[in-house]
Design a protein around this ligand. Structure first.
Ligand SMILES: Nc1ncnc2c1ncn2[C@@H]1O[C@H](COP(=O)(O)OP(=O)(O)OP(=O)(O)O)[C@@H](O)[C@H]1O
Length: 478
């Protein structure tokens, strides 16, 4: 027992020691776990507090700044303009951010403008800076006979440290983008001049919904791209025209035989730039003074079109004027003339403010009949020849009308087009497939066109032959 006891005691005391060591270890481990958790808890909380503190500190050093864009009448029409530009600008931003959207129908805008709901906001990023827009609403002070009115406003919030960039560059970007987006979505209009006894004035004719686009215009690719580049440079040239001190206007002369696409090109230009069209009928203008008044009334971002200028270089009107004659009123016949040079003088003097460009497009079928002084640059800056149909132009038409981009007959057509004189209008006419019973296939249309081209080639050859014969007959040495 004694042996055992000490043995047991030994064992017994060794077991107790082991137990207490194990307990201690567990306690240490547990306390370490608790400490770590506590540290982590503390760290997380502390970090949270530090972050909050720093944010508050930073905010107090760099507070938020807010700008309001109201739709109220108090600020005048400019206020509305800025509000509308902001709304249109945000229209593209809010579609993928805001949970609730509203679609507003706006006068003269083709598709509804999407906007956020009252109380909602959208973030926008520009040059690495994030800003926030929010839509608010407030009741107008006082009651009118129509009841109370609610005014809406956008609030732009940003950090004070970004003030210079936001107020300058960013707001300019918002206004320009907003106005450009509204312009490209705008319903274009066609105006023409009408004359009455009270004089001439511009009259709304109809909405301008011509489907012509540069993509579908039959013309050589390089030439087309050059024209598009020129138009884009012109329409976005505010800074350029301001810098060189020139009025923001440009003159185009389109010349070529009838049916080569001059009117189609004007429509494509209007659609590309989203400009309204002012079609000037010179024969309805009674004097150069009226002409000047009409030209000066054309708003910015529009095209002044004068077709067939060779036919309207001098238009004389007769009108009666009352003249006092020895106590009696006498009617006197006076002649007034509207001249193309008179027109060009008013165009020279046309002052174009910096709010948008004015494009003038003249067309003629006989460029050779026009005085070269009238064609000089500055009046007609870009002369565009609209020629008979070439192979590249034909390919555009074949794609438009038949959806054909390559065909075995193209080689033959290319050869014939080089020798013939057919206009894109003639080619287009032959590419219109008959529908219904006995419907034309693409092949049928191309064969039909080949026949027309062969006839045209024959006519060209006949004309050349006639010319040669006349030359020989009129040459006395032969
Ligand atoms: N270059 C072209 N690209 C596409 N279609 C064209 C082209 N030229 C003519 N057309 C087609 O022919 C029709 C007549 O063309 P358009 O009226 O534009 O010619 P124009 O040169 O203005 O003629 P005009 O001198 O008689 O006024 C257009 O409706 C269009 O379908």
């Amino acid at each position: 027992m004694e042996n055992t006891l000490p043995f047991m005691g030994y064992h017994g005391s060794a077991g107790q020691e082991g137990m207490s060591q194990m307990g201690l270890g567990m306690a240490i481990a547990a306390s370490m776990v608790v400490m770590t958790m506590f540290q982590q808890f503390l760290l997380t909380h502390l970090r949270g507090y530090v972050e909050l503190f720093l944010r508050k500190l930073f905010k107090s050093l760099d507070p938020n700044v807010q700008i309001r864009f109201g739709d109220d009448d108090n600020g005048g029409p400019k206020n509305h303009e800025a509000y509308a530009a902001v709304e249109t600008y945000l229209s593209s931003k809010c579609s993928d951010q805001a949970p609730r959207l509203k679609a507003n129908s706006v006068r003269d805008i083709k598709t509804p403008v999407l906007c956020i709901d009252v109380g909602e906001g959208v973030d926008d990023e520009f040059n690495g800076v994030t800003v926030r827009w929010q839509l608010g609403e407030e009741k107008e002070q006082g009651e009118s006979y129509r009841g109370s009115r609610k005014n809406r406003y956008y609030t732009l919030t940003f950090r004070k440290s970004n003030r210079k960039m936001v107020v300058g560059e960013y707001l300019r970007h918002v206004m320009e983008e907003g106005k450009a987006a509204a312009a490209s979505n705008r319903q274009l209009k066609l105006y023409s001049n009408s004359s009455s006894e009270h004089g001439s004035n511009w009259k709304y004719i109809m909405d301008f919904d011509h489907p012509a686009k540069f993509e579908t215009l039959a013309m050589e690719k390089e030439k087309k791209e050059d024209i598009i580049d020129d138009l884009i440079r012109f329409s976005t040239g505010r800074e350029y025209y301001r810098r060189i001190g020139k009025p923001w206007k440009r003159g185009y002369l389109l010349h070529g035989p009838p049916g080569t696409g001059k009117s189609t090109m004007i429509a494509a230009i209007a659609n590309l730039l989203s400009y309204d069209v002012y079609d000037l009928e010179l024969s309805a203008v009674l004097s150069n003074a009226t002409l000047k008044r009409l030209v000066n009334k054309i708003p910015c971002n529009s095209i002044l079109v004068i077709e067939d200028i060779d036919c309207s270089s001098k238009i004389t009107h007769q009108r009666e004027r009352n003249t006092p004659n020895q106590g009696e009123e006498k009617k006197e016949k006076i002649l007034e003339t509207v001249t193309l040079s008179g027109l060009l003088n008013c165009i020279d003097g046309l002052f174009s403010a910096n709010d948008g460009g004015r494009l003038m497009v003249f067309t003629t079928n006989h460029v050779e009949a026009i005085d070269s002084a009238l064609l000089r640059r500055g009046r007609m800056d870009k002369h565009i020849e609209m020629p008979f149909c070439g192979f590249e132009a034909f390919k555009v038409l074949a794609k438009n009308y038949l959806g054909i981009e390559e065909h075995d007959l193209f080689g033959k057509i290319e050869g014939l087009l080089k020798e013939s004189s057919v206009t894109p209008a003639d080619v287009a006419e032959n590419l219109i497939a008959r529908r219904g019973e006995g419907e034309d296939s693409g092949d049928d249309c191309l064969k039909k066109l080949i026949e027309v081209l062969e006839k045209s080639v024959q006519q060209v050859l006949d004309k050349k032959g006639e010319g040669k014969r006349e030359e020989i007959e009129s040459d006395p040495s032969l």
